[in-house]
Ligand binder design. Structure first.
Ligand code: SAH
Length: 319
């Protein structure tokens, strides 16, 4: 059982995670996490491992399971998010494991740091977001840098995992540099250290100043998108209701918009607008620049006849 135990408080562990640990004969994990479930592991065989022994932990879990023991391999947060689930499957596949194998595998989900930290600061993930780990222990820097650049350019809200450690202090500076090429210096940033743990600390800052903040191994850095704000100590990314409704006057629909329908600038509206502009003489290249979309995509869209179905339908099932 690959158990995600959540951010670090018993209250935020799932019932299944607690049951899995209670069922196990052997519990394997990092010392800090085993301490969090001390009440459940009494009388069990416990294997404490350090941070760098991930593959060892996976190999040992397999050996124990093959010997007939029920094993709980503990990860903080979610076991599949920069956690033990991946390395364990890699070890299993290398050993020739298949789903028919007598060793059964269960991944038990938990609230990841991104969920926990977001909840502590407000509602920063209400629009598209992604996470990027700044750890270059197993990932080449150009790969990380390209993802930072792409996420910054695409205006994602971004959670930076593993932002900084004693030895890795410059990755966060480089991340800031890449972000500043696309985002305003006053973009809101929240730094959450040890969410839901005893030494929890939350700091609000800006993209321009984030490197001056106290950031460490136990911190997650949340960078807002171009619409994110911090008000009254809450970091919030608007869902987009203001594009369609007049939020202040209780929710009347803005002119040209319909409840339950795609936005006028949604796919159908955009499609129509694109064709109209093109018909009025705008070149594909100009439209590509206007919308910051690849020229070949714009050309492909323009090459299709305007579909009535597409422009009239769009009764959306969205909330
Ligand atoms: N599997 C874990 C992530 C492990 S990577 C999960 O899903 O959350 C380790 C990184 O996770 C840390 O460097 C930090 O960026 C983040 N992290 C884990 N727990 C955290 C917590 N309680 N508060 C803030 N960040 C946390």
């Amino acid at each position: 059982m690959l158990v995600g135990i959540g951010p670090g408080s018993v209250e935020h562990m799932t019932l299944r995670a607690r049951a899995a640990i209670a069922e196990a004969d052997v519990v394997i994990g990092y010392v800090t996490y085993i301490k969090l479930v001390a009440d459940l592991v009494e009388g069990k065989r416990i294997v404490r491992k350090s941070m760098t022994e991930e593959l060892d932990r996976a190999v040992q879990a397999l050996e124990e399971a093959q010997a007939g023991h029920k094993v709980a391999l503990i990860s903080s947060g979610d076991a599949g998010v920069y956690g033990m689930a991946g390395p364990t499957y890699e070890v299993l596949f290398q050993a020739g494991w298949t789903p028919e194998h007598p060793v059964e595998v269960e991944v038990i989900p938990g609230a990841s740091a991104i969920n926990a930290c977001a909840a502590r600061v407000g509602a920063p993930l209400t629009h598209d977001f992604c996470s990027i780990s700044l750890s270059d222990l197993l990932t080449p820097w150009p790969v990380i840098a390209r993802r930072l650049d792409a996420a910054a350019a695409a205006d994602f809200v971004v959670a930076l995992y593993n932002p900084k450690s004693g030895r890795r202090t410059q990755q966060i500076v480089q991340a800031q540099r890449l972000f500043l090429r696309h985002r305003r210096p006053d973009t809101p940033v929240a730094i959450v250290k040890s969410a839901y743990r005893r030494r929890e600390r939350i700091e609000f800052t800006t993209l321009a100043q984030m490197c001056e903040a106290d950031i460490g191994m136990l911190s997650t850095v949340l960078i807002g998108n171009s619409n994110t704000t911090i008000q009254h100590g809450r970091m919030v990314t608007p869902r987009g209701y203001a594009n369609k409704y007049d939020v202040a006057d209780g929710g009347s629909t803005r002119e040209g918009e319909k409840p339950g329908r795609s936005l006028s600038t949604g796919l159908s509206g955009w499609y129509q607008d694109l064709h109209e502009r093109h018909a009025q003489g705008a070149s594909a290249a100009a439209l590509s620049q206007l919308h910051k979309l690849p020229l070949d995509y714009i050309e492909a869209v323009l090459a299709e006849p305007l579909q009535e179905e597409l422009t009239l339908s769009a009764a959306s099932q969205d909330e």
